[in-house]
Design a binder for this molecule. Sequence first.
Ligand code: CMP
Length: 136
Amino acid sequence: MSQRTLVLLKPDTVRRGLVGEVLGRFEAKGLTIVAMDLRTIDGEMADQHYAEHVDKAFYPPLRDFVTSGPMVALVLEGDEAIEVVRALNGATDGRKAAPGTIRGDFSLSNRENLVHGSDSEESASREIKIWFPDLP
Ligand code: CMP
């Protein structure tokens, strides 16, 4: 079933010059870019995006991190896109993510883990509305 998912290439991806590498993996897999924007967000936008995490202990430094520089926001589309992107991203903690995944190959951190991908259809539609409200 074709799905859409919201993907963020976080500030570490942009700072480290890995946008092409990471985007290339999604494209090579066969996913279609249906929206893309380079954006620096404020704390309010971070709170909206991470609404389910705002009360967690790890959130304040995560908020500082995701507002620290530009991110590439994407909507990717394809068959089972939500699960496919999560598999390409790898486990949240880069130290534990399998080699061959984006986080497994490029991240040594639980926070600075390069990418975000929606975790369910409900999250995808909520997040796509936040980031790309005008996308048909
Ligand atoms: P993401 O997929 O964007 O969803 C929530 C983010 O919070 C996650 O990637 C990490 O960047 C961050 N995160 C999750 N758990 C932790 C943790 N235990 N410590 C620090 N950051 C975390």
